[in-house]
Every structure is written in structure tokens, then in C-alpha cells.
Design a protein around this ligand. Structure first.
Ligand code: ASP
Ligand code: MG
Length: 434
């Protein structure tokens, strides 16, 4: 309704209490493209004003302007391939500092009282794993005091402070996690993540044009999809939302259509009809490493994978196949960025473990289908293998969890496989008559 009295912002206004909307506490988080230039920052300020004018208590969390963090990261690594990560954090956290101030200026300019907060001013306390720090505690007191005075806090996402007082950042994409953490700390009714897509899709619409927007998705599905390559939310933010029971909604900051409700991440038992498969994701950030002639005896896999995990390398899919003379071949995947280190580590252990040739391959893609419906339904895997086989696509490695099946295939079949699977699981959007 546009009949709001401008004195809405005043907490003493009688209108506020009589307003049909019950006052709710909302966290609104805006990603890099949503605050990518001043025009977009003005647009974001208008969106915040609408929520605020409806009598809601609104806390805002912002990312850096699109491209800024990449530039900062590049500066650091151009100077030194191994910079001190405390200094790296001091540099890369600056993007969010800028947007928090700019959004506060834009809000004040249109009559919405606002102020910026840096992570250390909240404070959001992290561990000291600089560059990808974990959140230890979030003190909601200052933010709540701000809301009580009807001032909109505009908080720099992605950043906090470690116990020794140094600026820390939460890993790339970390402002989603900040938003969820603040929402939990102030017990917000909802955490709205504004981005450049209007919700979570069954798959990447740039690859499968028949992808559909989902109205709801469960925490677990979102978590699996995020972890296997869907880029809408940082994986950690979903895990945190699930643990803290924060109601997360993903929506577009550009949307001008009626259907701007986005996608709500819900509990599995929130009673919606369950599709067998909620979504399909792909990741090209996979490197396949094969080790030949590994002795087939107890303790060998432990030695190989123990040495890799000891070096902090995350091994994803694993398959073992019969080799010659009491030996096996081991194949597994790591992210492309970790391949070089992984091969170095294997080389260091070659003598004691006694294995043969190590080879790597990059032209692979991991495709994953995810759905809580898999728990109670069989046949999801069979459909996947049949669909790929019918198109002559060879499956190189398979891995599964309770609600996910992933296959590694040749990257040249990415689009073909995604489209075929999307259709096979009945996810294609119905086309209008044409
Ligand atoms: N600005 C940071 C990044 O680009 C954090 C974020 O946007 O979530 O990774
Ligand atoms: Mg993001």
C-alpha cells in the first residue's frame, strides 16, 4: 500500500503500531552485482526503504561492488604469491567497507536513518584461519540497539575480527554466511538474500533453457547443490542456516515482475510435495588423478588419502579398479587448484607406498542430481545411468550420498548430459503453446 504516512520512520508514530503488518525483523543481504554501481545502490536503498516503511526492523548486509574483491585478491597475489593472510584480509575486506558506507549514505539521502558497521564493530569474532576464517561468535547487541532506535544498520559482509584484533575474511562468497550469522544473532524472522537471479533453479538456466525456478527447496538439497557447484549461496551459509534454523529466501534485486517471491529454503517436513529430484548441478572445477599399480593390501588407501588430507587437500570422488598382479588402480578427483599440490604429495610418498604411474586429466565435469525424494524412492541412479548410456556418454567415476548421485564424465558432454537428465527427471518447464 502506498498510503503510508511519511512519519512511519518515527518509532513514536501511532501509525506504526496500527499498521496491518506485524513488525518483523528482516535481514536483507545484497550481493556484488546488486550494489555494482551507484544507480544500483540507489535501487537497493529504495528496496530497503519499502521494507522499512512497512514498519519492519531491517538490518542490511552488503557485499563488495561486483569485481572489486577479485581486483583486491589480484593485487595481493601480484605482489607476493604467498602473502601474509592477515594482510590479504586487510586488503580484501575493504570492498565491503566501501559498500556499507555508500548504502548508508544512499539510505540517509532518501530519509531512512542508517549507519554502517564493519565486522569488528559488531563484533563478529572469527578464528584465525585468515582468508577463510570460521565464525566463532556474533554479538547482536549493537545491531539490536540500532534497530531499537529505528536506524538501519548496514553491515559489511564477508568480514570479522579475530581474537587478537586482526581483520579476518570468511572465504569467497562469505557475505552470505555473514547475513545468516547476523540473522541468527538478532533472531530475524527472515534472511533475504538479494542476488542477480530471481531464485534457485532446477539447474543452470544458461545451460538448460527449460530450467524452472523452485518456490521452495529444503536445506539439505540446497546444501548438497551448493557444495556440488550451484553458485547461488555459499555452502557454509546454508549449513549455518540449517543449524540455526534461519529462514532464508533467495530473490532478485532487479526483479520488477509480480513473481518476485524468490525461493524459500525450508525444512524437509514443511509439507510440500516432494519431487524426486530437486535440482541438477555441474562443476568443471574437477581434476581426475589416477594412480596405477597400487599394492592391493590393507592400509594403502589410508596411506594415500591420509597424506592428502594431512596436507589439507580435499578429495572428492574415489574409485578403485582391478589392476594387474595383485594391484589396483585408484582414481579420485580434487579441485583443479589443488591438483599440483596433490601430485607433489603423492610423489613424496611414492617410495614408501610403492605405486606406479600417476596421471591427471582435466577435461572432466562432475554432474550431480540432488533430491530428498531419493531417500524413499529407488531408481534415481538407474535413470541417470540409462539416460547417459542412451547418449553414449561414458561414466568415469560415481559417488553417492543419501540424497545425491554424482558422476564424472567427459566435459565435452556437459550440456548434452545436463539437458538429457533434466528432461529424464521430469524437470523441464512446460513451454507455452507456440
Ligand atoms: N566480496 C566477497 C567475494 O567476492 C564476499 C561476497 O561477495 O560474498 O567473495
Ligand atoms: Mg555471492
Amino acid at each position: 500500500m502506498s498510503t503510508l504516512d511519511p512519519s512511519q520512520g518515527d518509532p513514536s508514530s501511532p501509525l506504526k503500531n496500527n499498521h496491518p503488518h506485524k513488525s518483523r525483523t528482516i535481514v536483507m543481504k545484497f550481493g556484488g552485482t546488486s550494489v555494482g554501481d551507484l544507480e544500483r545502490i540507489r535501487n537497493v536503498a529504495q528496496k530497503i526503504k519499502i521494507e522499512h516503511d512497512q514498519g519492519n526492523r531491517v538490518a542490511v548486509v552488503v557485499s563488495a561492488m561486483a569485481g572489486v574483491t577479485n581486483q583486491m585478491v589480484k593485487y595481493c597475489f601480484d605482489l607476493d604469491t604467498m602473502p601474509a593472510m592477515e594482510e590479504y584480509d586487510a586488503v580484501v575486506a575493504s570492498g565491503e567497507q566501501v559498500t556499507s558506507g555508500l548504502v548508508a549514505i544512499a539510505l540517509n539521502k532518501i530519509g531512512v536513518p542508517a549507519r554502517s558497521f564493519q565486522g569488528w564493530q559488531v563484533p563478529l569474532i572469527t578464528d584465525d584461519a585468515h582468508g577463510k576464517a570460521g565464525i566463532e561468535t556474533v554479538d547482536g547487541t549493537a545491531i539490536k540497539a540500532c534497530l531499537d532506535q529505528d536506524i538501519v544498520p548496514v553491515i559489511a559482509g564477508f568480514q570479522g575480527v579475530d581474537r587478537s584484533g586482526r581483520i579476518a575474511t570468511l572465504g569467497r562468497g562469505g557475505s552470505d554466511t555473514s547475513a545468516v550469522a547476523f540473522a541468527a544473532a538478532i533472531k530475524a524472522d527472515q534472511c533475504d538474500i538479494y542476488t542477480d537471479v530471481d531464485g534457485v533453479y532446477t539447474t543452470d538456466p544458461r545451460i538448460v533453457t527449460k530450467a524452472k525456478k523452485l518456490d521452495t527447496i529444503t536445506y539439505e538439497e540446497m546444501l548438497e547443490l551448493a557444495s556440488v557447484g550451484a553458485k547461488v549461496l555459499q555452502t557454509r551459509s546454508v549449513a549455518l542456516a540449517m543449524r540455526e534454523k534461519v529462514r532464508v529466501r533467495v530473490l532478485s534485486s532487479f526483479d520488477k515482475t509480480d513473481d518476485s517471491s524468490g525461493t524459500i529454503v525450508v525444512d524437509e517436513n514443511e509439507g510440500m510435495e516432494k519431487e524426486l529430484v530437486a535440482g541438477i548441478a555441474y562443476s568443471l572445477d574437477e581434476s581426475k588423478i589416477s594412480i596405477r599399480n597400487v599394492p592391493d593390501k590393507p592400509g594403502v588407501a589410508a596411506a594415500i588419502f591420509g597424506s592428502l588430507s594431512g596436507a589439507g587437500i580435499n578429495v572428492d570422488m574415489i574409485v578403485q579398479s582391478i589392476g594387474i598382479d595383485q594391484s589396483t588402480n585408484m582414481t579420485f578427483t580434487v579441485s583443479k587448484g589443488e591438483e599440483h599440490r596433490a601430485c607433489q604429495i603423492l610423489d613424496e610418498h611414492r617410495k614408501e607406498i610403492h605405486f606406479g604411474e600417476v596421471s591427471t586429466s582435466h577435461d572432466v565435469v562432475k554432474i550431480s542430481v540432488v533430491g530428498v525424494g531419493m531417500r524413499s524412492n529407488t531408481g534415481v541412479a538407474a535413470t541417470m545411468f540409462r539416460t547417459l548410456a542412451e547418449r553414449g556418454i561414458n561414466v568415469q567415476v560415481i559417488s553417492t550420498s543419501e540424497i545425491k548421485i554424482s558422476v564424472l564424465i567427459n566435459a565435452e558432454y556437459t550440456e548434452l548430459a545436463m539437458r538429457a537428465l533434466h528432461a529424464a527427471y521430469g524437470l523441464d518447464a512446460e513451454k507455452e503453446d507456440c
